[in-house]
Design a binder for this molecule. Structure first.
Ligand SMILES: [Zn+2]
Length: 306
């Protein structure tokens, strides 16, 4: 047995301590900078919500369609064990914000953000339209109960910062398409593009009419343009694309959607009736969901009176 001299032992202990300290430092740095994502798929309309967290704080993207789904979504937030700092609503369609009251009741400290004044005003207008026409299904979201003016904060810049320095980039320079005003988010940490309802993946896209604003042929052209802009902006980074409805994927989601919209227009032009068009599209896209709602209303909009 070779006995180490005292200075060798001291040196070895010192090196070991140094290694442990370095590992601990790396772990703690990781704990504050590791950004992760939880996905939630609603039971209605396959509408997605996403929770981005950095281990400490979190940001929820879209707030679901009703209290039942919001309740399930809260379980995802609880599981993340983080402070819900922000709720970002991408656009004014009710399936993306009707769970707000429920979630804010659980997390009153959360700041609700929208990208611009148009999105805020259009959320309020949508709610008023629904209550006037008797189909506001979440009483807590009535304008008498929920203070939209105070709750919805219009973003100043185009970045959402976590206290840790983690940031997400918001883009809202899109043409009127699936809806009048929409916003998307990009997370550099996750290399993730949250495309909201500019992306539907194997779910019939909404080409219907809502509040007197139809998604007509001009809006379809605009939608294709929006997708091209997004691909030019983010394409080289090859991010994961998170759709508003349907599963995540790559930019092939955009290509599929463009192809679908072109076939949809062709079928509309060449079909003699609503039923004929409906059956053809269901046959051509058997893997697509939500025909009863999205395809039905889209064809009612594009084949009026037939
Ligand atoms: Zn939408």
């Amino acid at each position: 047995m070779v006995l180490k001299n005292q200075s060798e032992v001291v040196k070895e202990m010192f090196l070991r301590a140094l290694a442990v300290a370095a590992t601990l430092f790396m772990l703690s740095a990781n704990a504050y900078s590791k950004v992760s994502l939880s996905e939630f798929v609603g039971t209605k309309e396959l509408v997605n919500s996403f929770l981005v967290d950095d281990g400490k704080d979190s940001l929820l993207i879209d707030a679901q369609i009703d209290n039942e789904n919001a309740k399930e979504l809260v379980k995802v937030i609880e599981k993340s064990n983080t402070n819900l700092k922000y709720i970002f609503v991408t656009h004014s369609h009710p399936d993306h914000y009707m769970g707000l009251a429920y979630i804010l009741d659980m997390y009153p400290q959360a700041q609700v953000l929208v990208a611009n004044e148009d999105i805020k005003n259009s959320i309020i207008a949508n709610t008023v339209f629904m209550q006037e026409n008797g189909f506001l299904s979440v009483p807590e979201m009535h304008t008498d109960k929920f203070d939209y003016e105070a709750a919805l904060e219009v973003m100043k810049g185009n970045k959402i910062y976590f206290p840790s320095g983690t940031a997400l980039l918001v883009q809202d320079d899109y043409l009127s398409s699936e809806t009048g005003f929409i916003s998307t988010l990009y997370s550099p940490d996750l290399n993730a593009l949250f495309a909201s309802d500019l992306a539907y993946n194997k779910v019939f896209p909404w080409l219907g009419e809502w509040m007197g604003a139809p998604v007509g042929n001009q809006e379809i052209t605009n939608w294709k343009f929006n997708l091209e802009i997004m691909e030019r902006r983010w394409g080289e980074l090859k991010p994961v694309v998170y759709a508003g409805h349907g599963e995540a994927g790559g930019f092939e989601i955009f290509a599929d959607l463009i192809e679908y919209m072109e076939i949809f227009q062709f079928v509309v032009r060449t079909s003699g009736s609503f039923e004929e068009a409906y059956n053809k599209l269901e046959l051509l896209f058997p893997e697509y969901s939500e025909a009863e709602l999205f395809l039905n209303f889209s064809l009612k909009n594009h084949i009026p009176g037939k």
